[in-house]
Design a protein around this ligand. Structure first.
Ligand code: ZN
Length: 168
């Protein structure tokens, strides 16, 4: 099924241009810098540009809020055990959409569709506290091999700067 002129078509067209100039770098799937970055899906955060990352450098795991959910632990476990990463960088950001939501979102959703989602919204009020909680979830996961190099940051969407959050 095709919707000519849709945003997806625009992406597919861009891909054709990308592929035309693409040369297989012959890389291994294991991230060169042995790092996994967990970040919010926010459209204003360009992880590769913001962190000076090149193709092949890292794993990027993104979701709403950059929250460390069970599924993020799943990806981190595979990242470390099957693909050799050792460091974890967590990035939340200022002005996150999750700051304006509450667990009421889940309740309202249930009222609307007649089914309660299995997941938590993971809304938060205090971004620093949420980064700390995320670091804690990574550090205490029994599935990960490397929990000693876990650092958390808040990306400022106005300045582009990262601010590190003290884990305690
Ligand atoms: Zn966000």
């Amino acid at each position: 099924m095709s919707h000519r002129g849709s945003v997806t078509d625009r992406l597919v067209d861009a891909n054709e241009r990308y592929a035309a100039a693409f040369a297989d770098p012959g890389m291994d799937a294991r991230p060169v810098l042995r790092v996994a970055v967990v970040a919010c899906m926010d459209a204003r955060l360009d992880l590769h540009d913001a962190l000076g990352l090149e193709l092949g450098d890292c794993h990027t795991i993104r979701n709403a809020g950059g929250v460390v959910t069970d599924d993020v632990i799943r990806s981190l476990t595979i990242s470390q055990r099957a693909l050799g990463t050792r460091s974890v960088v967590l990035i939340h950001h200022t002005n996150c959409g999750l700051e304006s939501l509450t667990e009421e979102f889940r309740h309202d959703l249930e009222m609307e569709v007649g089914q309660r989602p299995a997941w938590a919204v993971e809304a938060f009020r205090d971004v620093e506290q949420d980064v700390r909680q995320s670091m804690q979830r990574v550090r205490t996961s029994p599935f990960l091999l490397h929990a000693d190099d876990v650092r958390g940051f808040v990306f400022d969407v106005k300045t582009g700067l990262l601010r590190e959050i003290d884990p305690t």
